[in-house]
Design a protein around this ligand. Structure first.
Ligand SMILES: *[C@@H]1O[C@H](CO)[C@@H](O)[C@H](O)[C@H]1NC(C)=O
Length: 294
């Protein structure tokens, strides 16, 4: 139920209507763990040698200054943390210390993908498997703080796990033939199958290390991203169909994976968030969202 309310809030948020839950009450869940890429990175890349960094202006101009977020202001997970009732944003793994970790940790890293090589041309990044290793390290700290593994497992089973990767496996891998050969090695169908297989193995590790409430974000319309519009759109304005259709294959397999986890792991609850569909009308009629400029 909490999960469902949360999903509704995300949809409402995307529609820019707000979701009015007080920020001062006790949070609805004790902890919130975040895995992902530049859409939700909040400072993990700041100490890396990487072109994928956002710790300088104009990033953060509406946030009080740059933090490493790839945004003028808050990210989706910042707003979700507020909606869940947390007093603070979830700290980045790079700086989270001591008891902080009990509220959750943000492991996201810009340029990261499901595949190890994804984003390599941009420099350092923490791939999904690296983020999962960092999570395992955090779990051993939780065990130390709470006293034993049973207490830790019980505690972690109440946390929300937000996981969103895959965009860079298309943007900064499959559709970047000057740096990567995957585009020649795999059909879009084969590539999505391979990504989902790798993703599934890492997600299984999260489950084995305590995750029970998992939110899987699908990928958005990468064929409509400014980078692709500039480089691969025939007129600079219409979306690149070949990319969007590959993204949809990935999303439908991810949705099926969520269902499979729900069937196989009866004590887990996995939700698929249709990011592609949520933002469809942003792409087709951006004007209703005010400042957006395509
Ligand atoms: C679910 O169980 C089936 C049957 O044992 C197995 O083939 C499949 O790989 C499992 N899926 C996941 C995501 O664990």
């Amino acid at each position: 139920m909490v999960n469902r309310m949360w999903a509704v809030c995300v949809v409402v948020l995307a529609l820019n209507l707000g979701c009015n839950i007080g920020a001062r009450a006790a949070p609805q869940v004790p902890c919130y763990f975040i895995f992902g890429d530049s859409l939700v990175d909040n400072g993990n890349n700041n100490q890396l040698q990487s072109l994928a960094r956002a710790d300088y202006l104009p990033y953060g101009i509406d946030f009080g200054g740059p933090t490493g977020r790839f945004s003028n202001g808050k990210t989706t997970v910042d707003v979700v943390a507020e909606l869940l009732g947390f007093d603070d944003y979830i700290p980045p793994y790079a700086t989270a210390r001591g008891q902080d970790i009990l509220k959750g940790v943000n492991f996201a890293s810009a340029a990261a993908g499901i595949r190890e090589e994804t984003g390599r041309q941009l420099g350092g990044r923490i791939t999904f498997s690296g983020q999962v290793k960092n999570y395992q390290n955090v779990v051993s700290q939780v065990v130390n703080i709470l006293g034993d593994e049973d207490q830790a497992a019980n505690y972690l089973s109440k946390c929300i796990y937000s996981v969103g990767l895959g965009s860079n496996d298309y943007l900064n891998n499959y559709f970047m033939p000057q740096f990567y050969s995957t585009g020649n090695q795999f059909t879009p169908e084969e590539y999505a199958t391979s990504l989902i297989q790798d993703y599934s193995q890492q997600l299984r590790i999260l489950y084995n290390y305590g995750a029970r409430k998992i939110v899987l974000f699908g990928i958005g319309q990468i064929g409509c991203s400014p980078n692709e519009l500039a480089q691969n759109s025939p007129d600079g304005a219409s979306c690149v169909d070949k990319i969007n259709s590959a993204n949809q294959i990935f999303n439908s397999k991810l949705k099926a994976l969520a269902n499979e986890f729900n069937t196989n792991l009866s004590d887990a609850r996995v939700i698929f968030v249709d990011s592609y569909g949520i933002f469809q009308d942003v792409v087709t009629s951006p004007a209703q969202y005010g400042k957006y400029k395509g």
